[in-house]
Ligand binder design. Structure first.
Ligand code: ZN
Length: 668
């Protein structure tokens, strides 16, 4: 090891431990537990060290974020707000026995609806089945003030809550079905999939090298026999919520950290006022290119997983600030972006000749909202528009205070001990999984999604319903391939060449077995990230069979995954990365469909059953999410903010009820 490398190694070690050190070690992460959910809270280390102006900015942006909550509820299903309001009314009005079985089941359902931002599970997209009786609901509804005038509404609610076949799935991805007609989400109404596809195919100009993100901010409906878009904007759909968001963004603009930031905040306001997707692209470019500010945010219609056709963005908000020490780690990665792009195993025609400004940083989340709340990602790479990423770069973040909370809670559950093949794998993961996982996220977000290019003329939506799985798979494969690159040890980020094995083992164990804990018996894999982990793991298992790279081993009636050859596994990742990049670059829909359908969807029922039984014995909630801290401004006598205090005292029910009261512009 040379001197320079040692310094880098030392830096990396310091950087990695900073987040942990700044946190309060007695912090109580657990908030609530129900159904398949555990609710946690997270710390916001470093908030106190922000300048007053930055704190004020964070405060205004959190208000802008929280005011979008109702939009997401309504996008997810048109009955969601009505259901939520009614359930909250019943909760407040209830005077009976709180130990009553029906009441307990009612509380569970209410908590699920809050967590799913509607009547469907946030991950499986299946409708929640209430465990309280219809008679209980009838009685509670009848006791509400004005109930006798709400007969029509009651009829709708009965069907929405109690008929399992009605609006059964929020986003249906089943091959061959009309994905719009069979999805309960509220992004289309009265139109078929074919009609919508025809509508957009007519609008799209395939020679346009800078296309807008069609359909991103609108509902598509039929009016007088004609297909029309109803944009989300001031004066359009969701106007009341968007006006509030704009109000707080305008305040934020007055305390922006610099002119670049002020300019993109104002551009976002303009987008909300006009609904123009061209303006949204202009905003996205300004946002992607502005990297000097510490405080940053997401606020808008962003990810399209909630739309079966992958076009309309679900409303999402997040406010964050840079974790300066930990950002050194991801900066090392992004400074070497061209090395990673140039040396990847994909065909040279699909590589970027010049990787444009992948700005990578580690951030501390200050508030989670909309599509990021309560369930939240640990890394984000935006904007999503392919041509903007290619021409103007993208911002990639790892959210370390969230990851840290997950890790703190996960340690000591006995999960790895139960599922890993032997003590060797358990020890590997104990020693290296924190850092290997962090790097996987960094590489996935700041290089994986940003890497590669489409061949000229290829439609960025060419992979249709398989686009999300394939894109997530591409980013994962890129990360997996480079985790085993000696470059990471050379840069001082990994201590040695065993580190990557912890992530490889976990990835394959998860993809082939343990992620099945999230699937109900008899169901296929549907969620995009789960499909990608499955198709990668399964493909590598099948294609590595002749060399026995990955093996299922039976011991004492339990099945384990054993990885026999980590280097060959890396070779398989490389091969598959090249193929997935080809599919994406050429827009080869059929090959993409085959790959996902063959390797990424079907579940072995025997393994599934076994995994569920073993998992149940551990008593762990498969899904986790977070409540937010509370930010309270302190004013002087002239009404000027002189400080912002952060507190972590609020429980799950209290927070949800407060949000339902104070941040509910579409219902109040
Ligand atoms: Zn991703």
């Amino acid at each position: 090891m040379t001197m320079k490398k040692m310094i880098l190694a030392a830096l990396a070690t310091v950087a990695l431990s900073t987040t942990a050190m700044a946190q309060n070690s007695n912090f109580d992460y657990s908030v609530d537990r129900f159904a398949d959910i555990e609710v946690l809270r997270y710390q916001v280390p470093g908030f106190e060290d922000l300048s007053l102006q930055q704190k004020e900015l964070v405060y205004y942006l959190t208000e802008a974020a929280l005011n979008g909550r109702d939009i997401l509820f309504d996008q997810n299903c048109k009955y969601n707000l009505m259901v939520r309001e009614t359930l909250e009314d019943i909760y407040r009005n209830y005077k009976g026995d709180k130990n009553d079985k029906d009441y307990q089941a009612f509380i569970k359902y209410l908590k699920q609806v809050w967590f799913g931002n509607g009547i469907h599970h946030h991950y499986s997209m299946d409708k929640f089945i209430p465990e309280f009786s219809k008679a209980f609901f009838d009685k509670q509804f009848a006791a509400l003030p004005g109930a006798d005038q709400r007969a029509a509404e009651k009829k709708v609610l009965d069907r929405v809550i109690f008929d399992p076949a009605f609006m059964a799935k929020r986003v249906n991805q089943a091959d061959g079905e009309d994905l719009i007609l069979t999805s309960a989400c509220n992004m289309y109404e009265g139109v078929t999939q074919q009609e919508v596809e025809d509508y957009y195919n007519n609008l799209k100009d395939t020679t346009d090298l800078t296309p807008i993100s069609w359909g991103l901010n609108c509902k598509v409906v039929k009016r007088n026999g004609k297909i029309v878009e109803e944009p989300y904007k001031v004066g359009g759909l969701y106007s009341k919520a968007i006006e509030k968001i704009v109000y707080w963004l305008q305040k934020a603009a007055t305390v922006a950290e610099n002119e670049g930031q002020r300019a993109y905040i104002n551009e976002l306001i303009k987008f909300y006022q006009t609904g123009s997707l061209k303006t949204f692209d202009d905003y996205s470019i300004m946002w992607a290119e502005e990297t000097k500010s510490d405080v940053d945010f997401i606020n808008g219609f962003i990810e399209s997983y909630g739309d079966p056709l992958g076009m309309t963005g679900s409303w999402e908000g997040m406010v964050n600030f840079k974790d300066k020490a930990a950002s050194r780690r991801s900066k090392l990665i992004s400074d070497n972006a061209q090395y990673f792009e140039s040396n990847s195993p994909v065909d040279n025609r699909f590589k970027k000749k010049n990787v444009k400004g992948v700005s990578a940083k580690v951030i501390t989340a200050a508030i989670l909202a909309g599509d990021s709340y309560p369930s939240t990602p640990i890394g984000i790479n935006l904007p999503n528009s392919n041509w903007i990423r290619a021409a103007h770069g993208s911002k990639s973040v790892s959210i370390d205070n969230i990851t840290d909370a997950y890790n703190k809670v996960a340690a000591g559950t006995g999960f790895n001990e139960e599922f890993a093949y032997s003590n060797v794998e358990v020890e590997l993961m104990k020693k290296y999984l924190d850092i290997a996982d962090a790097l996987h996220t960094d590489l996935h977000e700041c290089l994986g999604h940003a890497s590669g290019q489409l061949l000229p003329g290829v439609d960025q939506d060419a992979l249709k319903a398989y686009g999300s799985s394939l894109e997530e798979g591409r980013a994962d494969l890129f990360a997996l391939y480079y985790l085993a690159d000696p470059k990471l040890v050379e840069l001082g980020i990994f201590p040695n060449m065993d580190t990557y094995k912890a992530e490889y083992y976990k990835y394959i164990m998860n993809g082939l077995m343990t992620q099945l804990t999230r699937i109900v018996p008899g169901k296929d894999i549907e969620e995009a990230h789960m499909r990608n982990r499955k198709f990668i793991s399964e493909w590598c298992y099948q294609h590595g069979k002749k060399d026995n790279v990955i093996e299922y081993v039976k011991r004492d009636g339990k099945t384990y995954i054993r990885v026999n050859d980590y280097e060959k596994l890396r070779g398989l990742f490389a091969q598959l990365l090249a193929e997935v990049q080809r599919i994406k670059s050429e827009g080869d829909y059929e090959a993409g469909r085959q790959l996902v359908e063959t390797y990424g969807v079907k579940v072995d029922p025997a393994i599934h059953k076994e995994v569920l039984a073993r998992y149940e014995g551990l008593n762990i909630a498969p899904y986790k999410g977070f409540v937010n801290p509370i930010y309270t401004p302190v004013y002087d006598n002239n009404g000027k903010i002189i400080d912002v205090k952060v507190s972590y005292t609020e429980g799950y029910i209290d927070q949800m009820l407060r949000y339902g009261q104070d941040y509910s512009p579409l219902t109040h």
